[in-house]
Design a binder for this molecule. Sequence first.
Ligand code: AMP
Ligand code: ZN
Ligand code: FE
Ligand code: FE
Length: 276
Amino acid sequence: MSPKVDLHIHTSYSDGAYSPIEIIDKAYASGLSIISITDHDSIDGIRDAIIYGKEKGIEVIPGLELSTDIEDKEMHLLAYFIDYENEELNKYLKFFREERLYRAKRIIQKLRNLGLNIKIDDVLDRAKNSSIGRPHIAYTLVDLGLVKSYAEAFEKYIGDYGPAYERKIHISPQSALKLINEAGGLSFIAHPGYMKESILLNIIKSGIDGIEVIHPSHDENQINFYRGIVNQYCLLETGGSDFHGGKKNDEGNLGNYYISINHVDAMRKMLLKNTA
Ligand code: AMP
Ligand code: ZN
Ligand code: FE
Ligand code: FE
C-alpha cells in the first residue's frame, strides 16, 4: 500500500483536543506515514510532534493554518515546510495572539456593561493554549448559564452585528503569502469549497503555491473542480482531515482523508526550485 499523507491536523496548541504527542500516536494507529501539524496561527506544537514522530517513524512537516481576511470574510491559508524559528513569523504570530487577547477583553467588557457576569479568566480557562476567539466566549456564556445555546450567544451578543461585537485585526492573504515565503514555506488555499471563484483566481495571481483539494467539507464535484484548477494553473495539491478531535466529533476522519506521497514529492521539488 502506498503511504498515506495527511497535511491538515490541529492540536491543543490551537483548537484541537489532543497534544502533539497524542496526535502522533493517533496518526500511527490510523496508518498515516507523513503528517503536517497545521494549528491556527500557532507553530508551538511542531517541535514536540517532530521529535516524537521520529521515534514512531512518522514524518512531520512543519505547518501552519493562517487566518487572513478578504472582502470582510475570513480565509485560511495553509503553510508547509516553514522555518518555524523564523523571526518575522514568530513576531507576527505573537502580535496576532496578543491582539486577539485585547479584543476578547474588549468584548468581555461590553458584555459586562450589558449586565452579564462573565470574566476574562473564565474564557482563558477555555481557550488554553489557543489564540482566543468568539467561539471560546460563546461556550463560556453557555457554561455560565447566561445564554441557552452557542447560537444564542452570537444572535444576542457577539455576532457580527451584536451589541458586544468587536472587530479583530486583519491581515490580507497577500501579506500572509509574503510572511510564508520569507519563512521558506509553501502556501496553499485551505478548504476553498465556500469561496467565490473571483477571489480564488485573485489569490492564484498573487502567487499561491497550491490548493487544498482533499478536505472533509469537499464533495466529489468540488474535488474534481479544484483538481482541475490545480492542473490548469500548474499548482500543487494538498489535502487532509482537518482533524480537531473532541467536540468536533470528527474522530473517524483521521486516516480517511489523505493524499498520496507524490504530492509531497512535488512540494519538495518546488522548494528546491525556489532555493536554486
Ligand atoms: P473570531 O475569529 O473570534 O471572530 O470567531 C469567528 C468564529 O466564530 C467563526 O469561525 C465561527 O466558528 C464562529 N461564528 C461567527 N459568527 C457566528 C454565528 N453567527 N453563529 C455561530 N458561530 C459563529
Ligand atoms: Zn480549527
Ligand atoms: Fe480552516
Ligand atoms: Fe483547519
